[in-house]
Ligand binder design. Structure first.
Ligand code: DLL
Length: 450
């Protein structure tokens, strides 16, 4: 699973006495006991969804998998998948299993194409979410009394409020800055002595850049832990951020359809993200055939919620590509680990037959001489073939006369490491738009299918 060496991370391996958990009984539960708990909770979830969500009722009837027919976790594969368009088709509240009187909150995706995806929570759902995000923060090393600078966007996006409630639940001190006004963020991080930075990896990098421009050395700040997620990021990006800010960058995963941030998170071992199995069931399927893949094989992550009341999700196809392992983790947690998410199915580019995720190109760009870690991929159609142009920035101070040679070097390395031919344009610093949340990595200029 590509564990980081202790030399790279600066950590020593854990002794038994150093292992610590927020919810020890739940996090270290023997796997057989965990499976039993999951099955009980799955039955309750099925009963809830079957009784209260007409679409689920119809679908389970149709395939002959009513709640009573599901007798063990092995029967999970008999349940139909839920997909993103189900939420859109049932806009806004069609998949909700609770009336408004029992709801506490709604969140929604921005919905750049078509209708947004709306998700809802009861008070108990919000409570569980706070617990799981607190658990995630704790497993990453965050503790009571830590100042948590929360630069995830507040609002309909689940990042801001999700991290906020989790940090408060843990007993940390939250600074609810949200994204934007980056100069001010740098000042607040320094003045309030934040130990923890919550942000998308691309926004963390934007903060680092602005700090450098202001002459502020974040490596000398109190920051020690970054809780980064909400978008794919490469291992190279992790090292870049760690070097520029001087903290340990921790990967946290989640999605609004399932809950929000805190569905899975790295522990101090940083060898995959523990998916919190007392609240979710994780499967990996072949995205083409829908067949469940054996542990360790790469495919699409599918998640079933086990405790969600307002929006129970059965076998939700996340479109995120990863692998699972239940091999013991040095931290002593027994919960499954998902490997770093390489990318989303929807973001995959097929360039002359080669499947490519933006994060693979990112991994090549970061660390190449004279290149800054700011890039966009422009996809165009040339005749019948798709073509990628990589727009990347030169490091500040690089002579413009060198740009063509730098572009040739990058092009060569993308070809040899990713296997695709690209055009590379090296641009002056500051030309690639900086993100304040999820970075836009791909500009797709291909004609839309009629
Ligand atoms: O991004 C929730 C979140 C907020 C997670 C803050 C982590 C931190 P959505 O906006 O619904 O929810 O987007 C979910 O973002 O399906 C993945 O494609 C991607 N994603 C989330 N976390 C990671 C991660 C939030 N750690 C979608 N690595 C997911 C890679 C991630 N991709």
């Amino acid at each position: 699973m590509g564990a980081l060496s202790t030399a790279e991370t600066g950590r020593k391996s854990l002794s038994a006495g150093e292992r610590s958990y927020l919810h020890a009984a739940a996090e270290t539960m023997p796997r057989e006991k965990l499976a039993q708990l999951q099955f009980e909770r799955l039955q309750a979830t099925l009963a809830n969804a079957y009784a209260n969500v007409p679409l689920v009722h119809q679908r389970l009837d149709k395939v002959g998998a009513r709640p009573a027919d599901i007798r063990s976790l092995d029967d999970l594969a008999r349940l139909p998948f839920t997909i993103k368009t189900d939420l859109r088709d049932q806009y806004p509240f069609g998949l909700f299993a609770r009336p408004h009187e029992q709801l506490a909150r709604l969140h929604a995706s921005s919905g750049t194409t078509g209708k947004p995806t709306v998700v809802g929570y009861t008070h108990e759902d919000i409570d569980n979410w706070a617990d799981l995000m607190a658990r995630s923060l704790y497993s990453a090393g965050v503790r009571r009394g830590d100042v948590v600078h929360n630069a995830y966007g507040y609002g309909l996006f689940t990042g801001g409020l999700g991290a906020h409630y989790g940090a408060e639940r843990l007993g940390a001190v939250v600074v609810p800055v949200s994204g934007g006004a980056t100069e001010r963020q740098v000042g607040l991080i320094m003045d309030f002595k934040a130990r923890v930075l919550c942000a998308t990896p691309s926004y963390a990098l934007a903060i680092a850049e602005v700090a450098e421009q202001q002459g502020v050395d974040l490596r000398k700040s109190a920051l020690q832990i970054g809780m980064f997620g909400a978008e794919p990021w490469s291992a190279a990006m992790r090292h870049e951020i760690e070097a520029r800010i001087g903290l340990k960058a921790v990967d946290v995963y989640g999605l609004s359809e399932i809950m929000g941030p805190g569905v899975a998170c790295e522990c101090e071992c940083q060898d995959g993200l523990h998916g919190w199995e007392d609240h979710f069931l994780f499967e990996v399927i072949d995205p083409e055939t829908g067949k469940v893949l054996p542990e360790g094989e790469a495919g699409e992550l599918v998640i079933t919620t086990l405790t969600k009341q307002a929006l129970p999700m059965l076998r939700y196809r996340t479109r995120d590509i990863t692998r699972l392992t239940t091999a013991p983790c040095d931290c002593g947690r027994t919960h499954v680990r998902i490997l770093r998410i390489t990318g989303r199915n929807d973001d995959m580019l097929i360039i002359r037959g080669v499947n490519v995720y933006p994060s693979q190109i990112e991994a090549v760009l970061i660390g190449r001489p004279n290149i800054a870690p700011h890039y966009q991929l422009v996809v165009e159609r040339h005749g019948i073939l798709d073509h990628v142009r990589v727009e990347v920035e030169a490091l500040p101070g690089t002579e413009p006369a060198l740009f063509p040679a730098v572009a040739r070097d990058v092009r060569h390395h993308i070809k040899s490491m990713v296997g695709i031919t690209t055009d590379v344009t090296v641009q002056v610093p500051g030309t690639v738009p900086r993100s304040q949340g999820k970075a836009v990595r791909v500009r797709d200029l291909r004609p839309k299918e009629a």
